[in-house]
Design a protein around this ligand. Structure first.
Ligand code: SIN
Length: 525
């Protein structure tokens, strides 16, 4: 594993020819330009070191900053402002002022702007993919893959914008008609996680903008640069001032989050993240009975029956478990394998995992990157220690690399049912294998969880495929596949995994349904 310096200087912004700027402003611009160049993007002006409020790039009022590091090298990438309550209120005010005009634009107008935004994301694919890798650590192929996924939400919701149909309901009352229309809900607070620095924003913002809503985005402090680059591209696409606002925060996260949930001007809150934080935000949003959509934690079962195609199941387990180094809410967390194929499956999976190449995701050939920070590695280690103490065996990996954010991709076999990993998601590169005997037993085990986001299973028995798909208590099932993510699907969970659905028909979550009863129409009968 090598960690070369990632700071490749590329051509800087042209700051010399700015006669209208003061010497101080010019120096600041020069500094930002040099810092931006260090990211090695073809278009360094996508890198922003300020928050974005009412169409302006701004610093925190108190000058505080968040240091953003590359998890692969632990080097500082740059800083963004650590904003607080007052900037959040300003952003909400701006979104509220922008709402009347934006909500009255035609759906076709919003469709066109979103498609332009989508094209810009494609045009800057290499840069945006690189940026995701720099701040999140996932390998470049995955960073670019995320950009494609992220952009697809803009394309999808551009197409949804023009299809927010209402309905006509025949009235039982003479001389009267019932019409239902859909209207944008208002200002939306968007709170997103670091595991998908870009896609979790567009999945929410794309739907909100398409519906005619305006937004205030709180990106995660670990990965704010992708969010800010999106704001820049949105501006280039023609999104008006105030429609998108980005408020990075770290120290003031509690008061910023509270304001985003409680402010009366905000009409909807949407969040992706952990279940404990989801519960806090849900409670705050309840104070004004705001509409919420929440995608919270998962603990996905991945079941391999003895009639499965084992090759395909192993391939799928590799992707499903180790995507983003295991840091997605829909990653397989508990792998249950039927006893007669258990040993075969375990050795094939261990062989694949042993061949992973971990390191800086910008380097050629790297298949898996670091965890977001060393704290994340502590939970993985805790789950391993617990399972091993209860009798599990380490087939591959099993430890963190000291003084880095890397954790060796791990396969554990013979994990007992009462191990911690079977109760809570690891969010790390740890495949935990348990043996089972019968369908009934494994469905019970799979459903023995307070959360239910995704679940996967492999079987070639068509009756079993239907039975198990229907019986799993999750919002999304992968039957003979470990890859379910797409813009077009209703993404979301049951139980404590969340509320509402994103993607698919998720534009509905950003609209109010209004009934208009027309009477006295002068029609008799
Ligand atoms: C998540 O981990 O929250 C999202 C995963 C996805 O959209 O694929």
């Amino acid at each position: 594993m090598r960690f070369p310096s990632l700071f490749r200087l590329s051509s800087s912004l042209s700051v010399a020819r700015q006669p209208h700027l003061s010497r101080h402003a010019l120096n600041l611009l020069r500094m930002a330009s040099t810092q931006a160049s260090a990211f090695g993007l073809k278009d360094p002006s996508l890198i922003k070191f300020q928050g974005f409020i009412d169409g302006k790039w701004v610093d925190a009022k108190n000058g505080e900053k968040i240091s953003v590091t590359n998890p692969a090298t632990l080097e500082e990438l740059g800083t963004v402002p650590d904003m607080g309550l007052s900037e959040t209120k300003e952003a909400i005010d701006a979104a509220s002022r922008a709402f009347p005009a934006w909500s009255r634009t035609t759906a076709k107008h919003r469709h066109d702007i979103l498609l332009k935004f989508y094209s810009l994301m494609k045009e800057h694919h290499d840069d945006l993919g690189r940026l995701i890798t720099l701040e999140n650590g996932k390998p470049l192929a995955e960073g670019k893959g995320e950009n494609t996924y992220s952009a697809s939400f803009l394309e999808w919701f551009a197409e949804e914008a023009v299809r927010t149909y209402g309905e006509h309901i025949p009235s039982p009352i003479s001389n009267s008609r019932n019409v239902v229309i859909k209207q944008p809900i208002g200002v939306v607070s968007i709170l997103t996680p670091w595991n998908f620095p870009s896609a979790m924003i567009t999945r929410k913002m794309g739907a909100a903008l398409a519906a005619g809503c305006t937004t205030v985005i709180k990106p995660p402090p670990e990965t704010p640069f992708s969010a800010l680059a999106l704001a820049e591209l949105a501006t280039r696409a023609g999104v008006p001032d105030g429609v998108i606002n980005v408020v990075p925060t770290l120290k003031n996260v509690v008061e910023v989050g509270k304001e985003m949930c409680e402010n009366k001007m905000v009409k909807k809150v949407t969040f992706t993240g952990s279940t404990p934080v989801a519960k806090l935000l849900y409670g705050m949003a309840a104070s004004t009975l705001k509409k919420v959509s929440i995608e919270a934690g998962g603990n996905a079962p991945f079941i391999v029956f003895d009639d499965a195609n084992v090759d395909e199941a192993v391939e799928a387990a590799v992707i499903c478990k180790f995507r983003g180094s295991g840091q997605t809410c829909i990653c397989a967390n508990r792998i249950y394998v039927q006893s007669s194929i258990y040993a075969d499956f375990a050795s094939r999976l261990a062989e694949k995992v042993a061949a992973f190449k971990i390191g800086n995701g910008l380097e050629e050939g790297i298949t898996h990157g670091p965890l977001i920070h060393s704290r994340a590695a502590e939970k993985v280690a805790r789950h391993i220690d617990d399972a091993v103490a209860k009798g599990a065996q380490i087939l591959v990996g099993g430890k963190a690399i000291p003084n880095t954010s890397f954790f060796l991709p791990t396969v554990l076999s013979d994990v007992p049912i009462d191990a911690q990993i079977n109760k809570e998601e690891t969010f790390g590169p740890l495949a935990s294998l348990c043996k089972f005997e019968t369908e009934e037993e494994v469905v019970k085990l799979a459903n023995d969880s307070d959360v239910g986001l995704a679940g996967y299973f492999f079987s070639r028995d068509v009756g079993r495929v239907w039975r198990v798909a229907e019986r799993l208590e999750v919002g999304m099932v992968g039957a003979n596949t470990g890859a379910i993510s797409q813009a077009v699907i209703p993404f979301g969970g049951v139980k404590e995994s969340g509320i509402g659905r994103e993607g698919g028909h998720g534009i509905e979550e950003y609209m109010n349904t209004k009934l208009i009863v027309f009477g006295g129409l002068g029609m008799h009968g």
